[in-house]
Design a protein around this ligand. Structure first.
Ligand code: T4K
Length: 419
C-alpha cells in the first residue's frame, strides 16, 4: 500500500495505485472451509443433491428459528423468491416500490406484468417515505413492497397502518437485512412475507440463494408448492409453479456461513466504525448511520458525497478510487426509473422522485467484509481525505487520466432520452 503525498501520486494522474490488488464491495465472506467440505462430502455420499434435501430442511429450520418466524422457504435466489412471493400474494395491477433499490425489486413485478409504481424515499433512511406512498395509491394498487435498504428497517409501523387502512398487501424485500432488527424485533416477521438474499456478495451467502420467510401457514404452503412446479406429491400438480429450489450444496454453504455469522458481523462492524471515525470530520462526506439500539449486519458502508462541501463529485471520487484499485460502487445508480424498460414506460417518473435523484448522484458504497483489513480501511480513508483536502487541484488536473470506470453519464444529459 502506498500513501499519497503529492497530487501527482494519485493513480488517476499517473502515480502507482494505492493497492496492488483490487478491493471490492461484496467480496464473499467464507466460513470454515473444512466444515463446508465435510458437508459437501456428506451430500455427495448421500447422493441427494437438490429437491428439498436434508441440508435444505436443516438450513430452513435454523433460519426460521434465528429470525423467529414460523416458516422459511429457501430459494435458488432472492429474485425468484420475490417473484414467487408476489405471485403467492396475488398481487396484480400496480404495486408501490422504491426506485432506489436493486433492479430485481422492480423486475420481479414487471416480469409478471405487474406495474411497479416508483415512490420516493426518506432522505435519512433511504427507505420508502410513507407520506409519498399514500399519494401513489390508485384504484389499481394491490400492494406495497418496502425494501430495508442497507439492512435498515423501513418504517414498518406506518406502512402496515397504510396497508391495513387501504386494504393493500404489504411485503418486504429484505435482501440486505438478514440478521437485522427493527424496533428490537428481527426483520423477517413483518408484513405478509419478507425475502432475504443469500447471494455471494451478501455478508452471509449460500453462493446463490434466498428465502421467503412468513408467519402465514397458508401462504407458506402455497409458496412451497410454487417453488416446486406446483407438485403436491408424485404425479400430482395442484398449482402453477416454477423451479425456485435451493440446492444441497448451497444449503451446506448456508449452514457453514451460519456458524461464522457473528464473526462476519464483528468484522463488518469494526470496519464500519473505523470508516466512521476516520471520515467523520471530512467536509461534504456523510456516512449513513445504523441505530445503536438495533441489530445490524453492517454489510454496507454507504457514503453520501455532497459536491459543494467535498469540492469533488461522487463520480469523480469513484474514478479516483477505481484507479487506486478501490472498487467502490454507485449502488443504486441511476435508479430503477432510469433503467429499461421503466425509463421508456415512465419518462417523467423522476419528477416525483427528487430524493431518489439526489441519492443516485451522491451515494457510494465502500469495500468492507472479511477480506478488508483495518489497514485497508485506514488507507481508503486517507485517500478520500487527501482528495478532499486537495480537491481544487485534483479536479483541475483530472481529465487526462485513464478512466477505469468508463464514461459516467451525467443524469442531466440522460434526461434527453427520458423525455
Ligand atoms: N433486492 C435487493 C435490494 C438486492 O440488493 C438484490 C441483490 C436482490 C433483491 C436480488 O437478490 P439475488 O437474486 O441476487 O439473490 C450484486 C449482486 O449480484 C446482487 O445480489 C445484489 N443485490 C446487488 C446489490 O449486488 P452486482 O451487479 O453489483 O454484482 P457484481 O458481480 O458486480 O459483484 C459485486 C462485487 O463483488 C464485484 O465487484 C466483485 C465481488 N465479487 C462478486 C462475486 C459474485 C466477488 O469478489 N466474488 C464473487 O463471487 O450485483
Amino acid at each position: 500500500m502506498r500513501k499519497k503525498k503529492l497530487v501527482d501520486d494519485l493513480a488517476i494522474l499517473g502515480g502507482p495505485p494505492a493497492f496492488t490488488d483490487e478491493l471490492y464491495v461484496g467480496r464473499p465472506n467464507i466460513g470454515d472451509h473444512q466444515r463446508f467440505l465435510e458437508r459437501v462430502n456428506d451430500l455427495l455420499g448421500r447422493r441427494w443433491l437438490t429437491n428439498n434435501g436434508p441440508y435444505v430442511q436443516e438450513f430452513e429450520k435454523r433460519v426460521a428459528d434465528y429470525v423467529g418466524v414460523r416458516h422459511c422457504i429457501t430459494m435458488c435466489n432472492a429474485t425468484v423468491a420475490l417473484e414467487i412471493a408476489i405471485r403467492a400474494l396475488n398481487l396484480t395491477g400496480e404495486v408501490i416500490v422504491p426506485s432506489f433499490t436493486f433492479i430485481a425489486t422492480a423486475h420481479a413485478l414487471q416480469w409478471q406484468e405487474i406495474t411497479p409504481v416508483f415512490c420516493d424515499v426518506d432522505p435519512e433512511t433511504h427507505n420508502l417515505d410513507p407520506r409519498r406512498v399514500e399519494e401513489m395509491i390508485t384504484p389499481r394498487t394491490t400492494g406495497i413492497i418496502g425494501v430495508h435498504l442497507w439492512g435498515r428497517g423501513c418504517d414498518v409501523d406506518v406502512l402496515s397502518e397504510i396497508a391495513r387502512r387501504r386494504r393493500l398487501r404489504l411485503m418486504f424485500d429484505a435482501a440486505h437485512a438478514f440478521a437485522c432488527s427493527y424496533k428490537g424485533k428481527m426483520i423477517g416477521g413483518f408484513g405478509a412475507a419478507e425475502v432475504f438474499s443469500f447471494h455471494a456478495t451478501k455478508f452471509f451467502n449460500t453462493f446463490e440463494g434466498g428465502a421467503v420467510v412468513t408467519n402465514d401457514d397458508e401462504l407458506a404452503t402455497r409458496i412451497r408448492l410454487m417453488r416446486n412446479f406446483g407438485f403436491a406429491g408424485y404425479d400430482k400438480v395442484v398449482y402453477i409453479g416454477t423451479n425456485g429450489k435451493m440446492s444441497e450444496v448451497s444449503a451446506a454453504m448456508g449452514l457453514t456461513s451460519l456458524e461464522s455469522m457473528d464473526e462476519f458481523i464483528t468484522v463488518n462492524r469494526r470496519n464500519y466504525e473505523l470508516y466512521r471515525e476516520l471520515l467523520g470530520g471530512e467536509s461534504g462526506i456523510s456516512l449513513i448511520s445504523y441505530g445503536d439500539s438495533e441489530k445490524c449486519n453492517y454489510q454496507y458502508v454507504v457514503l453520501e458525497v455532497d459536491e459543494s462541501g467535498a469540492g469533488i463529485s461522487r463520480d469523480e471520487l469513484v474514478e479516483i478510487l477505481w484507479a487506486e484499485n478501490v472498487i467502490a460502487r454507485r449502488y443504486f445508480y441511476p435508479g430503477c426509473h432510469r433503467m429499461e424498460p421503466y425509463r421508456s414506460y415512465f419518462p417523467d417518473a423522476r419528477l416525483a422522485l427528487p430524493i431518489t435523484e439526489r441519492l443516485c448522484r451522491q451515494v457510494l458504497s465502500l469495500p468492507t467484509g472479511t477480506s478488508v483489513s483495518e489497514e485497508d480501511v485506514r488507507m481508503i480513508c486517507q485517500l478520500i481525505a487527501f482528495v478532499i483536502e486537495n480537491s481544487h487541484e485534483v479536479r483541475a488536473r483530472m481529465g487526462g487520466g485513464e478512466k477505469k470506470v468508463g464514461p459516467l453519464p451525467d443524469i442531466e444529459e440522460e434526461n434527453v432520452f427520458c423525455r
